[in-house]
Design a protein around this ligand. Structure first.
Ligand code: WQD
Length: 342
């Protein structure tokens, strides 16, 4: 049975990916220092999978501590590297923390990939590498615009670091997965997104307003050149994102890759406006959301969604969930949080 190290395993996408890996027969270990996550996530994973996941609570910017994990676990067949700070707005306010954390964690993990001969590496990248694209529908070959935030730059630089690393280590194989907008929660509602503090992202803002944690939410602008004036995004269920990671690891282990670094967009291929997302939430959950139209948010991309043909064709990946499923699972998770007094 192959063993996969998931960094950021207590995180939103990391925890859902651990569940999918275990569901598909992998052994999993995790590294997470809970700087942006909660150790209770592992209780949720255990309830879903009946597996206890070993987690190393270490700071990946510390190379000696990171090396100890690989000394402890001599058999690591692959790594999925999620651990990073990921709030676009916060990265603008704290650029040095973002560059220090996101880049040094990646460099230390790659040093261990080299020293401990780990053959397969999957990197959590992002559609933010495209910046504000000229065409809303982007393929993996769409030229990258300057990133709109330090967070986006850490993903652009991260991809380049991995490209240069595998170039001098041809026996190492890497996949870069560019997520669009991950939303929703596991159908069990035992794991989901746990934003710390006031939510920056749309869907937690919707669900926290609907449950009464927030008095109202603002739609950041409805005067864009889109079908209803609000921004367009490719919202994708976090379980579809998780599934793609397991398929990516299997793709590498089965040596199906054509080169030792490949990139895949992870989106549904459907663009949805902010107002359409709110409408879906209201319809599928039979609720009325208290929102107002506010000013535009600096740095917002007007419209972006994925051409996801490459991931479908090469990884055999097929998204299962539509926007209504995403909004229903997000609301079910918010209700679970309320019942468990979060
Ligand atoms: C979506 C839309 C907002 C909150 C995210 C992640 C980023 C990357 C890409 C992974 C925008 C609008 C939001 C609110 C609103 N993912 N909005 N009111 O900016 O696309 O970036 O996906 O790497 O890490 O942050 O997502 O959810 O913040 O915004 O109107 O209260 O919702 O203006 O148009 P974004 P988001």
């Amino acid at each position: 049975m192959a063993t996969i190290l998931v960094t950021g395993g207590a995180g939103y996408i990391g925890s859902h990916t651990i569940v999918d890996l275990i569901d598909h027969g992998f052994e999993v270990i995790s590294i997470d220092n809970f700087s942006n996550s909660n150790k209770q996530v592992f209780e949720g994973i255990k309830k879903i999978t009946n597996q206890s996941v070993i987690n190393y609570n270490i700071d990946l910017t510390n190379l000696d501590d990171t090396r100890k994990v690989f000394i402890n676990h001599t058999k690591i067949d692959g790594i999925i590297h999620f651990a990073a700070f990921k709030a676009v707005g916060e990265s603008v306010e704290k650029p040095l923390e973002y560059y220090h954390n996101n880049m040094n964690s990646l460099i230390n993990i790659l040093k261990c990939v080299d020293e401990f001969s780990v053959p397969h590496f999957v990197f959590s990248s992002s559609c933010t590498v495209y910046g504000n694209p000229d065409e809303a529908c982007v393929t993996e070959q769409t030229p990258q615009q300057p990133a709109a935030s330090p967070y986006g730059y850490t993903k652009q630089i991260g991809e380049r670091i991995i490209e240069d690393f595998v170039h001098i280590n041809p026996n190492k194989k890497a996949i870069l997965l560019r997520y669009f907008n991950p939303v929703g929660a596991h159908p069990s509602a035992l794991i989901g997104e746990l934003p710390i503090g006031k939510p920056m992202n749309l869907v937690p803002a919707i669900t926290q307003t609907a449950i009464g944690k927030l008095p109202k939410m603002l739609v950041y602008g409805n005067d864009y050149d889109t079908r209803d004036g609000s921004c367009v995004r490719d919202y994708i269920h976090v379980c579809d994102i998780a599934r793609a990671h397991t398929l990516a690891i299997e793709y590498l282990i089965k040596e199906k890759n054509q080169s030792n670094i490949e990139v895949f967009n992870l989106g549904t291929g459907n663009g949805v406006t902010v107002l359409e997302a709110i409408n879906s939430f209201e319809q599928v959950n039979d609720l009325k959301l208290n929102y107002e139209i506010g000013p535009r948010r600096a740095g917002d991309v007007v419209a972006i969604y994925a051409n996801n043909n490459l991931a479908k064709e090469k990884l055999g990946w097929q998204t299962k969930y539509n926007i209504n499923d995403m909004m229903q699972s997000a609301w079910k998770w918010e209700l679970h949080l309320k019942e468990s007094n979060h």
